[in-house]
Design a binder for this molecule. Structure first.
Ligand code: ARG
Length: 265
């Protein structure tokens, strides 16, 4: 089995300087030192479990650490995000030029909002793509077609779960965690039709239980999700709890801090 590979972007400029999701509150700033330790611990944990991780030095934008949102990689092409908010749109030229050294770069027209791996993931020949808060429905459809994947479009309903990766997580091609109240009935059905799905409890959803990194049956999950950890153990996965309190303050956890370059395994 091939080792999974990820990019991570350093937390040097990570901060809460604006608010573009309900988690972000400048009165509750991250502890920079702790954030660095937590980020480094995630990096070390991924490596010790056998993943390859390449670190990207950041520019002076506070949300770049959430590299999942930069785009999505498929068959040697980096599909760049078109961020909805002007605060994050500033990141895009950097991502394009950085990933341009490794991959061909493709992009939807500027006005088609799409937030990369934050809102979408590839499973087999399908793209599961969330829409509603960041990505637009039309863009979700267009990007699937552009990537040559079958679109499975999932409407998001709860602003606390504004990116798909906050309420849906495939563990492998057959199993997934999800948080049904954040998804439309049609979205839940689409997920249930494709996976054996397991709903995470409310309190743990709010602790980012769905914002996980999963490979080779190992699952890196934010701390304070004991019921989800039990469930993963029962299903034969190996969960590892990671402390990510500082990143949750800005609305993201393990998944958002990584960009996967290899298919789900
Ligand atoms: N503050 C960032 C934003 O609102 C957090 C992004 C987290 N990313 C994610 N894929 N959930 O854009």
């Amino acid at each position: 089995m091939k080792n999974p590979a990820f990019f991570m972007c350093g937390p040097d400029y990570f901060d809460i300087k604006y608010s573009i999701n309900p988690w972000m509150n400048s009165g509750n700033p991250p502890d920079k030192h702790l954030a660095y330790q937590q980020w480094d611990n995630l990096y070390c944990q991924l490596r010790s479990l056998g993943a390859t991780v390449e670190i990207i030095p950041p520019c002076n934008y506070p949300d770049m650490v959430y590299i999942a949102d930069s785009g999505i990689i498929h068959q040697n092409i980096f599909y760049t995000s078109n961020f909805r908010f002007k605060e994050r749109r500033k990141e895009s030229p950097f991502w394009k030029s950085f990933f341009g050294k490794y991959y061909k770069v493709a992009c939807l027209p500027d006005k088609d909002f799409y937030e990369g791996s934050g809102d979408s993931c590839i499973v087999g020949d399908k793209l599961f793509c969330g829409y509603g808060f960041r990505t637009a429905e039309k863009s979700a459809y267009k990007i699937s077609k552009m990537m040559g994947l079958k679109p499975c479009l999932l409407e998001l309903l709860d602003k606390n779960f504004y990116h798909l990766d906050t309420c849906f997580a495939p563990l492998d091609a057959h199993h997934a965690l999800f948080y049904p109240p954040a998804l439309s009935l049609a979205a839940r059905k689409t997920i249930e039709d494709h996976f054996n799905c397991y709903a995470v409890p409310d309190t743990e959803a709010l602790n980012f239980a769905c914002n996980i990194v999963s490979f080779h049956r190992k699952v890196l999950i934010p701390e304070n999700c004991p019921l989800t950890m039990d469930l993963l153990n029962q299903l034969g996965f190996e969960p590892y709890a990671i402390e990510l309190s500082e990143f949750i303050k800005a609305g993201g956890a393990s998944k958002c801090l990584t960009l996967r370059t290899t298919p789900l395994s």
